[in-house]
Design a protein around this ligand. Structure first.
Ligand code: CTP
Length: 214
């Protein structure tokens, strides 16, 4: 069988106000990196597009850096037509400053600068040009996890969405652990339960492999 090509995004994007200030989120990149490793271990040709991460990127996996949501959109778009599956674990900043100053802004003037606009939705954008590609999203929720995850599954035209409750103690952002429920477009659900991010990544890739590529 032909080798499966997968594209993984991980980490947090940063949206800069000026050369020294940005808005972002606490994603460390651990979950996405664990998934990239599991994909590679399954024999998939793996490319990782990564924002800010606080753990080392893995050896032996093609890794592309993307700082902002715009960078991540560009780098994933450039590789999308050639991939079989995109797993979007990146915590993309939803907002960015409307204006980015080339020079450091003096603090007295900062409040005048803080006007936001939405960043592009990468999954929504890519799903419009989807043909054979399988699209997997990751929903980070603090409440009504299933409802919001299913809403994103539909609105972003995904094949499945992995939902995790980021408000749980020792799960989600920055933790070595996570707890994942996987909701498919066809209405089926897979409970991956709680485990280390490495364990869950292996379970996830096995499930995706059986569901979409066997
Ligand atoms: N995502 C994306 N582009 C964005 C924001 C999010 O592609 N600008 C992707 C994420 O990588 C993830 C999925 O959409 O796979 C869900 O992200 P999440 O942050 O949970 O949801 P949002 O769409 O940002 O909505 P909200 O913040 O309102 O929950």
């Amino acid at each position: 069988m032909r080798q499966i090509k997968c594209l993984i995004t991980a980490g947090a994007t940063r949206e800069y106000f000026d050369p020294v200030r940005f808005i972002s989120n606490p994603s460390t990149g651990k979950m996405g990196i664990a998934i990239a490793k599991a994909c590679k271990d399954s024999g998939w040709e793996t490319t990782l597009v990564i924002g800010a991460a606080s753990v080392p990127t893995p050896d032996g996996i093609e890794t592309i850096s993307a700082i902002s949501a715009e960078d991540m959109l560009r780098e994933t778009s450039a590789r999308f037509s050639d991939c079989d599956i995109l797993i979007m674990t990146a915590a993309v900043s939803d907002m960015r400053p409307k204006v980015k100053s080339a020079q450091k802004v003096k603090k007295e003037k900062l409040n005048m600068l803080v006007e936001f606009e939405q960043t592009p939705d990468i999954l929504k954008t890519l799903s419009k040009s989807k043909n054979r590609q399988i699209l997997i999203g990751f929903a980070a929720e603090t409440n009504d996890v299933e409802t919001y995850a299913k809403k994103k599954l539909k609105e972003k035209n995904l094949d499945a969405i992995a939902a995790n409750n980021v408000s749980k103690k020792d799960a989600g952002f920055a933790s070595d652990f996570n707890e994942i429920s996987l909701f498919f477009k066809d209405g089926k659900t897979a409970e991956l339960g709680r485990g280390t991010k490495d364990e869950l990544a292996q379970k996830l890739v096995k499930i995706l492999s059986e569901k979409f590529f066997s």
